[in-house]
Design a protein around this ligand. Structure first.
Ligand code: SF4
Length: 240
């Protein structure tokens, strides 16, 4: 590399990525799973329900849902219309009811009603992709996983941790980002990225002027850089 040329080496990328992660950890000490759950089954169902809505909405219906149908055995045998009524406010409630009933039936049939703690078995369940499987593995089984959702993908693109071609494929993105970090950090990295995406680094008008990682972000300036204007864009609650 010629003298004075920008350092684009792998080592520099890893160092910058880990620095950003440390800053996010300091900025969001409470970051974690925003879905309420007490068993792997509850988390699996809550994650399915969280598609296209807020975690807050899901948390509002799951206490009622799990009080009536606390496990895969009971939910598999539930009346469809009754489940639809309980989860209606989460949107797409007919499709989501079909998903959680099908999922529960598969758990009963294949795993005696228990949620398996392995990726290969989780992704064979109806309606469960790698993203959902990683949420469950990371938060209910302590198996490190990266959750490549819309926030995660947007942020790692803005940070230039992965290139545009890789970003088109969530599995390639997962592997490329995973290679920059220690495996044990994957679950909390996911939470911190998603928290930052929900609170500051919005899809439209990110709060660049009030961002704890602005110094290391190549996309600084995508949103307002004026601190007063940017501060008004910061949200305290997740919105996706
Ligand atoms: S500087 Fe702007 S684009 Fe970069 S992470 Fe912060 S809010 Fe997002």
């Amino acid at each position: 590399m010629p003298e004075g040329a920008p350092d684009r080496s792998r080592t520099a990328l890893v160092r910058r990525a880990r620095r950003i992660h440390r800053e996010l950890a300091a900025a969001y000490p409470d970051a974690g799973c925003e879905l309420d759950f007490s068993t792997p089954f509850e988390l699996l169902v809550a994650t399915v329900l969280s598609a296209q809505t807020t975690d807050r909405r899901v948390n509002a219906v799951t206490p009622v849902l799990f009080a009536r149908w606390p496990d895969a055995h009971t939910l598999a045998g539930a009346d469809r219309a009754e489940v639809e009524e309980v989860i209606r406010s989460t949107g797409f409630f007919r499709a989501k009811t079909a998903s959680v009933l099908g999922l529960s039936a598969a758990l009963v049939e294949r795993h005696d009603g228990e949620v398996p703690g392995r990726m290969t078995e989780l992704v064979r369940l109806p309606g469960v992709g790698r993203k959902t499987a990683n949420v469950v593995l990371g938060n209910a089984f302590d198996v490190p996983g990266l959750t490549v959702d819309t926030h995660f993908a947007r942020l790692v693109g803005r940070f230039a941790w992965v290139d545009a071609a890789t970003l088109k494929d969530p599995v390639r993105t997962e592997h490329a980002v995973g290679a920059l970090f220690e495996r044990r950090d994957w679950t909390m990295l996911s939470h911190r990225l998603i928290w930052h995406g929900r609170r500051r680094c919005h899809a439209r008008r990110p709060a660049c002027g009030a961002c704890p990682v602005a110094h290391w972000c190549p996309a600084f300036g995508t949103g307002p850089t004026d601190p007063v204007v940017a501060e008004q864009l910061v949200t305290t609650q997740g919105r996706a």
